[in-house]
Structure formats: C-alpha cells, structure tokens
Design a protein around this ligand. Structure first.
Ligand SMILES: Nc1ncnc2c1ncn2[C@@H]1O[C@H](COP(=O)(O)OP(=O)(O)OP(=O)(O)O)[C@@H](O)[C@H]1O
Length: 548
C-alpha cells in the first residue's frame, strides 16, 4: 500500500456523512488496510470482490459498508450473507446493526432457533438476511415465503469464510443455494436429487415418474440458454471473504502421520479457482489479497514449547499462571482431549468453560457470553477457531497442533485482533512434530521457542501430578464430577459423604491430596516472576502457604 493510501480517511472512501458518523461513534475512526484497499471498488465502482486479509483486520466492514449504503428500506430482501456457523451469523448481524444508520431490518436465519419464530421474522420482509447454508436452503425449499422468492433477486451476495464453505459439510448446500439464486427453477431438480437426506424437500413441485424425466430433460435443454441469459442480465454484486482463501492447498491438507509427504500436484485447482467456477460474477472479479504481505497479525507473538505428551497439562498450569491476567483460549483437537484438560484444570482451581460442536446451541451461546464477561478460560475445539470476534483475548494455547496450517491461522486469529497485542503458544508433543513442520513451511519461518522458568514449571508439575492422581482415584471409585448414577444422587440428597463408600486407604489419600491441591489453588493468587531468582517477598509468601 502506497504511503498516501495509508493516510486515506473514511471521507475519501465513503460518500455518506451518516455512515461515517455511525462508524466513528462505534470507535472505528479510520479505515483499516483492507478497508482502504477495497471500499472504493465496492462502493463507487460496484465491483465483485474476492477479499483475503489476515484475521481481525476488519473484513466484515468491507461488505457491510457497501450493503448498508445501497440497500433501501423497501419490502424486499436485497442482500444475502452466507456464513458457515450460527455464532458467526449472529456476530455479522450485530456488526451490521451497530452501523445500521438507516434502521434497516436485518434478520438472522440459523439452525438451533425455532423455525416458526424465524418464519415470523421473515414475514416482516427484512431487507438483509444473514444465514447458515443449512437453514437458508431449508427455507428456499419451502418456497411459500415471499422473502425466499426475493433471495434470487437480491442485489448483494456475500459468502463469508468462503474457503470453509466449499469444504465438506457446507459445499452441497452452498452449491444448491447458488444454483437457486442463479436459476430459481433449478430448485425442483436439486430437491429430487437430495431427497431423503433430511429436511430438504420441494413443496411446490409434485412430480412423479415420467413427469420427472420429462421435467429434467426440459431443464437440461433450457439450462444453457437460461444461464447465458442470466449471466448477461445479473446485477448482483458478489463478495467472497476469508483470511485463508489464497493460502496454498498444501496448508489445508489434513496431516496424516503415517502417510508420505503430500506432494502438490501441478494441475491442482486452488480454492479461488474452485470458487470462480461455482460463483457467477459480473465479468472478472477484483482479487484483493493482503495475505501475501502478512498471513498473521503483526501484533501477534508466536511461541512453541517442545515437550512430552504427559507434560502438556503442567505446561498449561504453568502458562495460565504466567499469563494470569490474560483472557485465554486453549484449543484442543478433540472433545476427548478437551475433557482431559478440563478435568485437571478444574482440580487445580482454574475457572474453565468448555465449547465444542457437540453442545446444544443455547449452551454454546451462553458460554461464549460468559467468557466475554471475563474470569474464565475457554477450552474449545476448532468450532471456535474461525471468525469469532471475542474482545481482548490475549493468549491462545494450542494444547495440540491443529491438523492443518489453515486452522492454525484461524485459531491464532482469535487474539491480536485489530490494534491489540496477543500471544500464541503451541505445545509440541511427539505427535505434533509433523503439523509443526507444515505450519512452519507455510509461514516460511520457524516459530520461536518459549523459555519457561524451570523452577516454576516443576512446581506446576508437582500439583498437576496430584490433580491427576485425584482424578484417577475419583474416576476409579466413580465419584466426582463424572459420577451421575442414581446412587450418587440419592447419597448426595441425603447429605451422605459420597467418599464414605471408599475404603479407608484411598479415602484418606484423596483427602490428603485434595488438601495439597488447595495450596495450589491459593497459589494462583501469587504473582509469578519470569526469572529464576525467587524474590524475598515471593519466598515469604510461598513459605506462608507451605509451598517450600
Ligand atoms: N476501521 C476500524 N477501526 C476500528 N475497529 C474496527 C475497524 N473495522 C473493524 N473493526 C473491529 O475489528 C474487529 C475485527 O473485525 P472483523 O471481525 O471484521 O475481522 P475479520 O477480518 O473478519 O476477522 P476474521 O478473519 O478472524 O473473521 C471487530 O471488533 C470490528 O468491530
């Protein structure tokens, strides 16, 4: 970006004082680099855009501003925004509403919320619709609704996290939605194809046997002509957005330890190629890719710690004390791993919240809200990896390395968001070495080693060992958090000591170990110094708490 371009102000890009006022009143006083690089093309020249820029760089406004400037308060739905997860759809809706100076009706169409309720909202004819591909397709199939008919006529189409949307799990629905938008009559054929796969059915067409054959034949003959015609007449402005759209295919490959190196095939299609095939642009879209300059936020500091698998919990306990005041997310690769972390950290006195895709939607929202309020460490799978804008997250710990370099970028992107500093630390066990190599190759550099204070780490290790032992005794005697049998409940309700059923030996040991853990909990309050010298104050405090 040229020096003078870096000085560009909202006034140079946007022709609406009300919009500028709305932005400034939300503390968005100046455009970010990606906003500077795209807003003229989108607002003034109305071009189709493929936008790739680092996480937390403000990509949402790149499509939100042109849409809000152009959409009118009529009875038609004029903009469709598709995003892969429910949380992201809600976040985008909130972002748009924050600068919604025209007071447009913006609705979110997502699963996990009663369909009837969403239908009622749709009947209000929202001007902007944000939705997950699954729920959007469901509503398209049920074409009783006028709003759904409007979708094909919308003048804006946004595909957020576009690279994710063409992966398994979303691709089919996205393709169906796009086919419908480009040719609304296609929905009948598609519905027949996916019959029996869930809620997707066609309600308007009741075709059987020969009629279907006839219909499909007619469709085939007309399709080419129709598509040509539509391509020429379409007025829709399209945006494809992601932080990782242009990274090499290699960085998206799932790393399988027992296979040979994934060699890049020369004829392999890039994600952008695939998207260009799928999406109908009006001519050549403008590709703005700022990730060539910077893949990760410059405010992010990355570290790695090499360790054995069994050392990971003690490193977590150590790091959580070291970064005590930082809002932290710990990423696990599996739900099983997530549970392993939570069990130990809870016993060590940390306040933790779990977040994964297996949880009911309501719980996911509630936990995210609780985390935003502060005081908790979030332990999450990659369900929280993409797009979530959680303010003031200062530390990301990767308990295991993600299986793709692409996911590494998204996980790290939950910190160091726009003008904020952040740290990412990866714990590299023997099974993570291969992933580390792929990530470092993608970054084109090595991640720095983090130097732990050995004395403090050893102390953390001591308490983690106790916590693991407590957990082991509790699990083998079926007491503690996991236990939910009727016997346990009855005993608790009767005010009986659930440990009483245990033999005297283990019971005594458990009490002793738990007492020791209390000391570790108290020590969370002790400020730690990152030097190997124990100060007299620290020594005194540790002595008082019988730690030394
Ligand atoms: N010009 C601006 N000035 C100040 N803050 C901004 C500006 N633009 C956006 N923001 C804020 O920056 C944060 C990140 O923006 P956004 O979520 O759009 O990032 P993103 O690039 O989409 O990130 P990701 O790739 O992780 O989804 C949001 O909280 C948003 O309100």
């Amino acid at each position: 970006m040229a020096a003078d371009e870096a000085e560009t102000k909202w006034e140079d890009l946007i022709d609406s004082s009300e919009m500028i006022e709305a932005l400034k009143s939300n503390n968005m006083n100046e455009p970010t680099d990606i906003q500077r690089s795209t807003l003229k093309q989108s607002c003034k020249f109305k071009q189709d855009l493929i936008i790739s820029a680092k996480t937390g760089s403000g990509k949402t406004l790149c499509f939100a501003i042109p849409i809000l400037l152009s959409v009118e308060k009529t009875q038609e739905t004029q903009a469709i925004i598709v995003s892969p997860t429910r949380e992201l759809c809600l976040q985008i809706t909130a972002h748009l509403n924050a600068i919604n100076y025209k007071k447009l009706d913006i609705q979110c169409l997502i699963g996990g919320i009663a369909r009837e309720k969403q239908e009622r909202l749709l009947n209000r004819h929202p001007q902007i619709l944000v939705g997950t591909p699954g729920r959007l397709w469901e509503f398209i199939c049920d074409r009783q609704n006028d709003v759904v008919r409007d979708i094909a006529k919308a003048k804006f189409l946004v595909i957020d996290e576009a690279d994710r949307m063409i992966e398994m799990g979303h691709f089919k629905e996205l393709r169906l939605i796009l086919n419908y938008i480009y040719d609304p009559s296609s929905v009948a054929k598609e519905s027949i194809e996916v019959e029996g796969e869930g809620p997707i059915q066609d309600l308007n067409f009741n075709l059987e046997g020969d009629m279907i054959e006839e219909f499909l034949e007619e469709e085939k003959n007309d399709k080419k002509k129709k598509e040509e015609k539509k391509k020429n007449t379409v007025k829709r402005q399209t945006f494809l957005i992601s932080a990782t759209m242009t990274i090499e295919n290699q960085a998206r490959k799932v790393i399988k330890p027992l296979q040979g190196p994934n060699k890049k095939k020369d004829n392999e299609e890039t994600v952008v190629d695939k998207l260009k095939k799928l999406v109908q642009f009006r001519g050549k879209p403008v590709v703005v890719d700022l990730t060539q300059k910077e893949q990760l936020p410059s405010e992010l500091t990355e570290y790695k710690i090499s360790c054995n698998d069994e050392e990971k919990e003690s490193l977590l306990h150590y790091l959580l004390k070291e970064f005590e005041n930082k809002k932290t997310i710990i990423f696990a690769n599996t739900i099983k791993q997530e549970r392993r972390i939570i069990e130990v950290l809870k016993l060590l006195g940390h306040s933790v919240l779990r977040l994964d895709g297996k949880m009911p939607q309501r719980d996911r929202f509630k936990r995210l809200e609780k985390f935003q309020q502060g005081g908790y460490i979030l332990i999450a799978t990659d369900v929280a990896g993409r797009g979530l804008d959680l303010p003031e997250v200062g530390l990301i710990i990767h308990f295991s390395l993600p299986k793709t370099a692409e996911n590494y970028i998204h996980r790290c992107g939950r910190t160091a968001r726009i003008y904020h500093k952040g740290t990412s630390i990866v714990l590299v066990g023997p099974s993570d070495v291969r992933s580390l190599r792929t990530i470092q190759t993608m970054l084109g550099r090595d991640i720095l080693n983090y130097h732990c204070n050995l004395e403090e780490w050893k102390r953390a290790e001591h308490f983690v060992k106790i916590a693991k032992e407590v957990s082991h005794i509790e699990n083998s005697h079926q007491i503690g958090n996991k236990q939910s049998s009727w016997e346990q409940k009855v005993a608790e309700e009767a005010g009986l000591d659930t440990e009483a059923k245990m033999e005297a030996g283990p019971r005594k040991k458990l009490k002793f170990l738990k007492k020791q853990l209390e000391q570790s909990k108290a020590k969370v309050e002790v400020p730690m110094k990152r030097t190997s010298v124990i100060t007299p104050e620290l020594f005194q405090m540790a002595k008082q708490q019988k730690l030394i």
